[in-house]
Write a protein that binds this ligand. Structure first.
Ligand code: HEC
Length: 204
């Protein structure tokens, strides 16, 4: 019985599949994506922010957008966002909080104390938020929301304009808190951990 099964398996793998493929022309399924479609998916923004579109925004402009489109999930208040140690808050991700939240057995990672690049904030909001309508924000709104979250984390000023030039220059507090996972680890090991500019130079 065992051998019979093996025989069937070998037959299926060797002869059966190509025959099936001929019987069912899969080439008729799907469609070649149009350049517009590819462009709509191709939204990744790297650490240097070279792919950022034109547009701009400040924290002041971001505040009402956050209140209308984000606060119902991320909470907003005078001290803002998601300090509460509830399961829901942990699931939705805290956006604001300092290093002290990392201490203790249940650290709470936030945009402010964890994310290494401000450009990733733009990328993430643009592609994934608000969760009920991802991709619905225009570039100005995404800049304004990024500025607002950075301001609330004490990283930029309230009236600082965020755009394709200024956002990549924002230095996130935890930029050097990551161990490089790349095969270039030998190169990064040459950096003195007390020299934060070193990893920047290697990235260039
Ligand atoms: C319907 C609920 C909902 C709304 C509305 C919403 N979010 Fe989120 N957001 C989430 C959830 C859930 C996550 C966590 C997703 C995950 O980790 O996969 C998240 C994650 C995030 C993160 C990543 C946080 C991190 O550290 O990983 C950012 C930044 C963010 N949201 C910003 C926004 C902004 C800006 C808006 C408004 C435009 C918004 N969100 C609206 C539910 C929401």
């Amino acid at each position: 019985m065992r051998y019979f099964n093996l025989f069937v398996l070998v037959m299926t793998l060797s002869g059966g599949l190509p025959a099936l493929a001929e019987d069912r022309p899969y080439s008729r399924l799907g469609a070649t994506p149009t350049p517009e479609k590819i462009k709509a998916w191709d939204t990744a923004i790297g650490p240097k922010g070279e792919e950022l579109p034109s547009g701009s925004g400040t924290a002041k402009e971001g505040a009402p957008i956050f209140a209308a489109q984000c606060a119902m999930c991320h909470r907003v208040g005078s001290a803002l966002v998601a300090y509460e140690d509830t399961l829901y808050m942990r699931m939705t991700s805290a956006l604001v909080g300092g290093r002290e939240l990392l201490a203790g057995p249940n650290p709470i990672v936030t945009v402010g104390n964890f994310w290494p690049y401000a450009t990733a904030l733009w990328d993430y909001i643009n592609r994934a938020m608000p969760q009920f309508a991802p991709g619905s924000l225009n570039p100005d709104e995404v800049y304004a929301l990024s500025a607002w979250i950075l301001f609330k984390n004490g990283i930029i000023e309230e009236d600082e304009v965020m755009d394709a030039q200024s956002l990549p220059k924002v230095r996130m507090p935890n930029r050097d808190g990551f161990v490089p996972g790349s095969p270039d680890w030998k190169k990064y090991n040459e950096c003195n951990p007390r020299d934060p500019e070193c990893s920047d130079r290697l990235m260039e």
